[in-house]
Design a protein around this ligand. Structure first.
Ligand code: ADP
Ligand code: MG
Length: 288
């Protein structure tokens, strides 16, 4: 399978240093402790999911990785760069070129065509030649299955299509990794699948991805590793198959049982929702 990401490692004997590494990260907003000693590693080519209840610190972890938030203590490295110590705006911009971030709100420029949304940053920030940026943008639009929308404006697209443009826009910067923060949460149910399909393709192509998601079956299907957070602590982490099928912590068990129960309620209310993967968790095992 062809990969358009030039940073994907294929060598078998690469040093096993993580691309992203958080160690004992503590962060408070005023008197509110939000991250209470986070340790997390992401290796090149991995898909890592962070799951956990609302308010448990998932988005804060992602914002720390991008350098948008500075922890009070602990270390954060992205490919050897100490993100927690970035001193200048220049260094912060350099980091953000390497770390793509896709949010729930896609925030496309409404006055620019889809193509121009994809071309603007590579030309202005990376200094890419406009012709090659346009060529790359067309390739990316094909990759997110929107080849025919290059000249549309964001307002003419569905939420799912806009989110796929936002993913293509992140890819246009040729980042080392992409962080996805609940990118399907604001979408109508029938559009969730098309966005997840695009992310699934990226993961299969070897893009390093960190996913914060409520789509538990999708997280189980695509992730190499899963981290379960609660109250700013990683309660449990491990290979996706293990964490989803045999969660060790009662907290993880209760969360998964609750999430999967909510998911099946939603599906029974709306028959158009596609089930992305078989349910592997045996709910009967859990005392909740
Ligand atoms: N900019 C901020 N200022 C103050 N408190 C914040 C800010 N961002 C997040 N928080 C608080 O930090 C906690 C964790 O938030 P967040 O990381 O967004 O959780 P999650 O993504 O898991 O839902 C919440 O209690 C939230 O209210
Ligand atoms: Mg969040």
């Amino acid at each position: 399978m062809r990969s358009v990401e030039p940073f994907v490692s294929t060598a078998a004997n690469d040093a096993p240093r993580p691309l992203v590494s958080l160690r004992d990260v503590h962060l408070s907003f005023g008197a509110n402790p939000v991250l209470n000693g986070i340790d997390l590693d992401v290796f090149r080519g991995q898909a890592v999911s962070i799951i956990g209840p609302s308010g448990s610190g998932k988005s804060t972890i992602l914002r720390c990785i991008t350098g948008l938030l500075k922890p009070q203590s602990g270390t954060i490295e992205v490919d050897g760069t100490r993100v927690d110590r970035l001193a200048s705006e220049h260094d912060e911009i350099a980091l953000r070129k390497r770390v793509g971030f896709v949010f729930q709100q896609y925030n496309l420029f409404p006055h620019l065509s889809v193509l121009d949304n994809l071309v603007a940053a590579p030309v202005r920030i990376l200094g890419r030649d406009k012709k090659s940026a346009i060529r790359h943008a067309h390739e990316l639009l094909a990759r997110v299955r929107l080849a025919d929308k290059a000249h549309a404006y964001p307002g003419q697209l569905s939420g799912g299509q806009q989110q796929r443009v936002a993913i293509a826009r992140a890819l246009a910067m040729q980042p080392d990794l992409i962080l996805f923060d609940e990118v399907t949460s604001a979408l109508d149910p029938e559009m969730v699948g098309e966005v997840l399909n695009v992310i699934r393709d990226l993961v299969r192509d070897g893009m390093t991805c960190v996913l914060v998601t409520h789509e538990m079956r999708f997280a189980e299907e695509v992730s190499d590793a899963v981290f379960f957070t609660e109250a700013g602590v990683i309660v449990e982490h491990g290979p996706a198959a293990r964490v989803f099928r045999e969660p060790a912590s009662p907290r993880t068990q209760a969360f998964l049982a609750r999430s999967l129960a909510v998911g099946s309620d939603a599906r029974s209310r709306d028959s158009s929702v596609v089930v992305h993967a078989p349910i592997k968790l045996d709910l009967s095992k859990f005392a909740v």
